[in-house]
Design a protein around this ligand. Structure first.
Ligand SMILES: Cc1cc2nc3c(=O)[nH]c(=O)nc-3n(C[C@H](O)[C@H](O)[C@H](O)COP(=O)(O)OP(=O)(O)OC[C@H]3O[C@@H](n4cnc5c(N)ncnc54)[C@H](O)[C@@H]3O)c2cc1C
Length: 288
């Protein structure tokens, strides 16, 4: 680890000021589960570490009129255990419960998971399936970025260097909705996904048709990917085995996995097909 100065600001404005003033020489840190490893390996060599951990009002989950407000510093473990999240935003709780092991989940924050922009993650696909929006504070004020515009590439997000993610907003799923997060791993303690799928569906109770479908695939490209063709295949239709299989095949074609230590492109496409089918069946069952 190289030497750096350390500061723990007490307001968001102070954090933004420091990050902006020091530009690429400054590093924001929240739970530290991703950054400390990179600091140890000298893959990050900041002159200043700005510890966001002391910022007030950025921790916790709050249900308001239209949905859920999740403070950026909320530990992933708190999402998994929160009663409101579990009852009304089950997809999110399920994805949170599948991140790493309990020790990492206790330290890692929701904001860190989103801002890191790592392709092999669980919460970002679930948040994207739930149509979440990120609120980012900068020197010019706050701006809202829908998550489908937030992830730009591997480890690259719409957050600018001087900005701090303050919270995420998740709309309350409409009645008749069900969600499911399924994941395939190599079984290592790290538990990072080879591939995962988050699906949120809404079933029209009167017709049994799928009024809305949001399938998101994780670790199959540089960013979590909405499976547009698969979603369009299902929207407005009554789900059948054949239709679900067709949608899963389309999702597998749409995905853009790379060959790496976790598997070949062919292998990952096969798994995507299986996981999309599983996630859809599970989400539809929960919606019903
Ligand atoms: C052993 C291990 C296993 C893991 N397994 C999984 C897994 O199975 N599934 C999974 O999804 N993830 C997994 N992860 C990744 C883990 O979820 C991330 O490391 C974690 O979410 C990052 O959160 P953090 O608070 O620790 O972020 P930090 O390490 O503090 O920061 C990460 C990045 O986000 C930036 N950042 C953090 N918070 C903010 C903010 N509020 N505003 C602006 N920028 C910010 C930092 O500058 C940094 O670039 C694993 C990690 C480890 C170490």
């Amino acid at each position: 680890m190289t030497k750096f100065d350390y500061v723990r600001p007490s307001t968001v404005a102070e954090a933004v000021g420091l990050l902006e003033a020091h530009g690429d020489d400054a590093l924001a840190i929240a739970g530290g589960t991703a950054t400390v490893l990179l600091l140890q390996k000298r893959m990050l060599r900041p002159e200043l570490v700005v510890d966001l951990g002391g910022l007030p009002g950025l921790t916790g989950v709050e249900q308001n009129g239209g949905g859920l407000r999740i403070g950026a510093l909320t530990p992933i473990r708190a999402i998994e255990r929160d009663a409101t999240v579990r009852s009304s935003y089950g997809l999110l709780a399920e994805a949170a419960s599948q991140v790493a092991g309990v020790r990492v989940r206790n330290a890692a924050t929701v904001g860190g998971s989103v801002c890191f922009g790592e392709p092999q993650t669980d919460l970002p696909p679930a948040l994207l399936a739930m149509n979440a929006t990120a609120t980012i504070a900068g020197s010019q004020g706050s701006r809202d970025v829908p998550l489908d515009e937030f992830f730009l590439g591997p480890y690259e997000t719409a957050r600018e260097q001087g900005e701090v993610l303050t919270h995420l907003s998740v709309p309350t799923p409409v009645p008749g909705s069900g969600g499911c997060h399924v994941k395939f791993t190599l079984g290592s303690p790290e538990n990072k996904p080879v591939v995962n799928v988050s699906a949120l569906v809404t079933v029209d109770a009167s017709t049994g048709a799928l009024a809305d479908v949001r399938i998101v695939m994780g670790a199959v490209g540089g960013v979590p990917m909405l499976a547009h063709k698969a979603n369009d295949t299902l929207k407005g239709e009554r789900p059948s085995d054949a239709l679900i299989a067709q949608a899963a095949a389309r999702a597998s074609e749409e995905a853009d996995p790379i060959e790496d230590l976790r598997g070949s492109v062919w292998y990952k496409r096969r798994i995507i097909k299986v996981l999309v089918e599983r996630a859809l069946r599970c989400a539809i069952e929960r919606a019903n």
